[in-house]
Write a protein that binds this ligand. Structure first.
Ligand code: ATP
Ligand code: SF4
Ligand code: MG
Length: 350
């Protein structure tokens, strides 16, 4: 398959009065045409900032570095030369909260039609007709009536469908969906994800799906990138990641979510502690204070990305599910404490 998107060594820094926030710190990944990449990680790990950097939506104060190529074309160069018919046409984005993406004083149909008129030059009547058809396509009931309604007249689930219709209006090659279902009723979530999935297949569109939910990533993505403190710490084909994670953070995330094959009373292991400050982060591995595997070298040197086989990369000195990692964990369990001072005991049997 051909590479649609390639991101190399992306950095995003926000100068603030407290210091420079290193929100994205050397992120690299690529996405094949027609595939879905999941980006997972705790709050503040840099998922949305990465997405906004790709969409050229960051505030002017942000300092961006790195290379982003789309179909071989330099996307960051487009930002300089215009790119107004690139973003919103070939690459579009659905945000977490539909209310922020819709104009409250404009009818839903008009908002979709505007996109069609601006980017594709359609006349008023054609754009309106196509807007209605798009609403129908994303499963909005009574589309002919809904085009003339305002966002507040729709439920959260329907509003998100309108946002999706807007994002799909110009038949993008890549759709970035940033937590597209968090603001929505649980029962509607699955329907929205199914819809995105089927539209992706139908149109051969690629997708980046940002989610807190590892279950969603597992069910919907071909590949998953795990972000921690502004870095991609592990990246692999979905099954590989879930069956043989190497990074202790991925491992900890997997232990903190319920699994279908576990009895319902199984206790989950929450990840102790909190992510680090992104202003002058600690020396060494950013996960060290929370890591059960941490050894002295983790406190002084940042682990580089290594390969565990085809398409499986991770950044860790003592990777989980390896002999080295098992020894590191055994040493820490025997001592009752890690090199970073995290107190640990025998892992509960589950
Ligand atoms: N405009 C800004 N100025 C300063 N810091 C910012 C700005 N935008 C984002 N950040 C910081 O960048 C970091 C990454 O934020 P980001 O929104 O990407 O997190 P996220 O992974 O999407 O989290 P969530 O899961 O909560 O959506 C956070 O520490 C955030 O506070
Ligand atoms: S073992 Fe070391 S390098 Fe690996 S995640 Fe833990 S602290 Fe980081
Ligand atoms: Mg976010």
């Amino acid at each position: 398959m051909a590479t649609q998107l390639s991101v190399r060594d992306l950095h995003v820094r926000f100068p603030t009065t407290r210091g420079v926030v290193e929100a994205v710190n050397g992120v690299s990944f690529s996405l094949e045409r027609g595939a879905t990449l999941g980006i997972v990680g705790e709050s503040g790990s840099g998922k949305s900032v990465t997405a906004k950097a790709l969409m050229n939506l960051l505030p002017r104060t942000a300092e961006v570095d790195g290379r982003v190529r789309f179909d071989g074309e330099d996307v960051r160069g487009l930002a300089v030369t215009g790119g107004e018919h690139f973003w919103g046409v070939r690459m579009t984005m659905v945000f977490q909260d539909p209310t922020t993406s819709l104009n409250p004083v404009k009818k839903c149909g008009e908002q979709i039609a505007e996109t069609l008129r601006y980017h594709l030059g359609q006349d008023r009547a054609t754009a309106r007709k196509n807007a209605t058809a798009l609403l129908e396509q994303v499963g909005v009931p009574e589309p002919a009536k809904r085009v003339d309604q305002y966002p507040h007249q729709l439920s959260g689930g329907l509003r998100q469908r309108v946002v999706i219709a807007m994002a799909l209006a110009c038949e993008p090659d890549l759709l970035i969906a940033d937590e597209p279902t968090t603001a929505i009723d649980v029962t509607v979530q699955k329907r929205i994800l199914d819809l995105l999935d089927s539209l992706r297949k139908e149109r051969g569109m690629s997708m980046i799906l940002i989610t807190h939910d590892l279950g969603v990533a597992r069910g919907r993505c071909d590949e998953v990138a795990v972000m921690y403190a502004g870095r991609v710490v592990e990246r692999a084909a979905t099954e590989t990641l879930f069956d043989g994670s190497r990074h202790p953070y991925t491992d900890a995330l997997l232990r903190s979510i319920p699994r279908i094959d576990q009895p319902s009373h199984t206790r989950l292991d929450p990840i102790p502690g909190r992510p680090p400050e992104l202003i002058s982060p600690p020396l060494g591995c950013a996960f060290a204070p929370r890591c059960r595997y941490a050894q002295p070298d983790c406190l002084t040197s940042v682990p580089r990305i290594a390969s565990a086989g085809e398409g499986h990369d991770f950044a860790c000195h003592h990777p989980a599910n390896t002999r080295d990692g098992r020894e590191a964990l055994a040493t820490n369990i025997a001592a009752g404490v890690t090199a970073a001072g995290l107190e640990i005991g025998q892992r509960r049997r589950s």
